[in-house]
Design a protein around this ligand. Structure first.
Ligand SMILES: Nc1ncnc2c1ncn2[C@@H]1O[C@H](COP(=O)(O)OP(=O)(O)OP(=O)(O)O)[C@@H](O)[C@H]1O
Ligand SMILES: [Mg+2]
Length: 257
């Protein structure tokens, strides 16, 4: 395979939701790329169409126009090619925690015995040792999110799409999870596309950030994060960090103009 191809490429994606009463133009010619092994964030106002973009990448929704490429292949409308963590927890209530973690791998053909072994190995690393056989309703919202996150991460798909994976976590657990995600990503070098509302989160984790405008959303700006790796929190006080942060803030603030 041509190694120059992107892990993900969106070309001129536009979308309008219509029903009998009205139509809503949500996305307007969105083009973006995720290189192999790159960590990319998508930041934008609520309702701008970020989750809609993810539904399209996952093949759950076909764009009104435009094309989606994964590893250089046109896949618009095809399902099952990415690992996807949706915005709301998607755990199956009738499956235990460890069975939920193993689900994506089972779908990919791994034996249940192997998936459970992997789940038992990983759950303690996200602070959920002892909860292997619990059911989702016995967990807090943040714990449920961690299970969904681990499931997405363990799937063998090369591209991981995370839709606000840390939204329900308190500041401290959020920081811990960000650091954990960073260390896993640095080790495995998967391609990640992350939706977040947190500018700090986007800056700390990403190589590249796309800032979306209000709907109909266009890419307001593509920003290459000027920080070396490994990343650490002390970088948040650097002048180049604060400068980019300010830039993103004003893009989001001035979005109506
Ligand atoms: N199935 C649908 N039918 C009609 N309109 C929809 C549908 N799904 C989403 N929308 C509309 O599209 C717009 C974008 O929604 P989307 O969920 O993608 O926003 P978002 O950027 O993910 O927002 P948030 O940050 O709040 O999660 C919203 O105005 C929403 O009402
Ligand atoms: Mg959303």
């Amino acid at each position: 395979m041509n190694t120059d191809t992107y892990a993900l490429e969106l070309q001129q994606i536009s979308h309008t939701f219509s029903d009998r009463q009205k139509s809503v133009h949500v996305l307007d010619k969105i083009s973006l790329t995720v290189n192999k092994g790159e960590f990319v964030s998508l930041i934008g106002p609520s309702g701008s169409g970020k989750s809609t973009i993810f539904h399209m990448i996952g093949g759950l929704l076909t764009p009104s126009s435009g094309e989606i490429y994964i590893n250089g292949r046109q896949v618009t409308g095809e399902k099952g090619l990415i690992s996807y963590m949706p915005q709301s927890s998607s755990l199956f209530p009738w499956r235990t925690v460890e069975e939920n973690v193993g689900l994506a791998l089972e779908v990919e053909g791994m034996s249940k015995k192997q998936t459970l072994q992997l789940a038992r190995e990983w759950l303690p690393k996200i602070g959920l040792g002892g909860y292997e056989q619990a059911y989702p309703h016995m967990l807090s919202g943040g714990m449920q999110q961690r299970v969904a996150f681990l499931r997405a991460l363990l799937s063998n798909q090369e591209l991981i799409c995370l839709d606000e994976p840390f939204g329900a976590l308190d500041a401290l657990s959020r920081l811990e999870m960000q650091n954990w995600l960073l260390s896993v990503w640095e080790e495995y070098q998967r391609s990640v596309l992350l939706v977040t509302h947190s500018i700090d989160e986007a800056l700390l984790l990403s190589d590249k950030i796309y800032v979306l405008s209000d709907k109909p959303a266009v890419i307001a700006k593509e920003i290459v994060v000027p920080l070396e790796r490994p990343r650490h929190e002390e970088m948040m006080v650097r002048s180049e960090y604060l400068q980019v942060k300010q830039q993103i803030l004003s893009l989001l603030k001035n979005r109506q103009t």
